[in-house]
Design a protein around this ligand. Sequence first.
Ligand code: MG
Length: 258
Amino acid sequence: MKKRMIAATLLGLAMISGVYAESSVKTVAHRGYWNCEGSAENSLTALQRAYDAGCWGSELDIWLTADGELVVNHDPRTLDGLIIEDADFEAVTASKLKNGETIPSLKAYLEAGKKLSPMILVLELKTQSTPERNKKLARKVVAMVESMNMESQVEYIAFSHLVGSELIRLAPGAKVAYLNGDKTPAQLKSEGYTGLDYQAGVLKKHSHWIREAHDLGLSVNVWTVNKVDDLQYFIDKGVDYITTNEPVLLLDMLKKRR
Ligand code: MG
C-alpha cells in the first residue's frame, strides 16, 4: 500500500512538472523542412526532408488558380510574378521555386505525402480574394483528400473563418484549427473547430487560452517558433504541436528531455 502511494505521488509530481506533456509535443515542419541544403518552402523536397528528420507533421499552403485547380505555394504570387488567383494551372505549375523545382500541384503533393504516412499533412487553405473562391477552395480540397482516401492523414488550418466553417461543414470528423488569433477557445468550440493554431505572440499574451482550450478538448498549435527559449516556453506550457522552421532543433530538444 505504502509503495503504491509513493508511486502515485511520484506520478503526480511528474505530471505537475510537465514531464509527460514535454514528450508529447508534436513537431510540425512549417512549409516542410526547407531550411537545409537543396530544399525550398512548400517543395516536394521539403516534404521529404520533414519526413527524413522525423517530424510528426508537415505544413503546406494551398491556393486556387484562375481555372479552379489546386497548387501548393505560400505567397499569393509566384517567384516570377504570376498572381496565382489570376493565372492558369499550367502557368503556375511551370513556375520555379527557389530550389529549382516547379510549384507542385496539390495532387502531386498529396501523392508524395501519402507515401510518407504516418506523417500528418497540415493543410493550410490560404484566404482567397472572394467568398465564392474561399468556398470553392474548401470544397475542392476536401473532395481531393476524400478521393485519395487520405482523411486520416490530414488536418486543416485556415485564417479565414468562412474557409474554416466550410471545412467543418464539409468534412465532419476532420481536425480543423483556426489561425487568426482573435477568437477565444470557447468561441472556437462553439463554432465546431477542433483546435486553435495561434501565432506565438498571441499565445504568450493569452497564455491562459492553452489551459482553457485543453479543458474544452481543443488542441493547441503555435506558429512559428524557431528559437530555443521560445520553443522551451511552449514545451513547458504543454501545447500539443509546435510549428517551426527549425524542426531538427525542436526534435533534438525533445529527445534530450526524455
Ligand atoms: Mg502556412
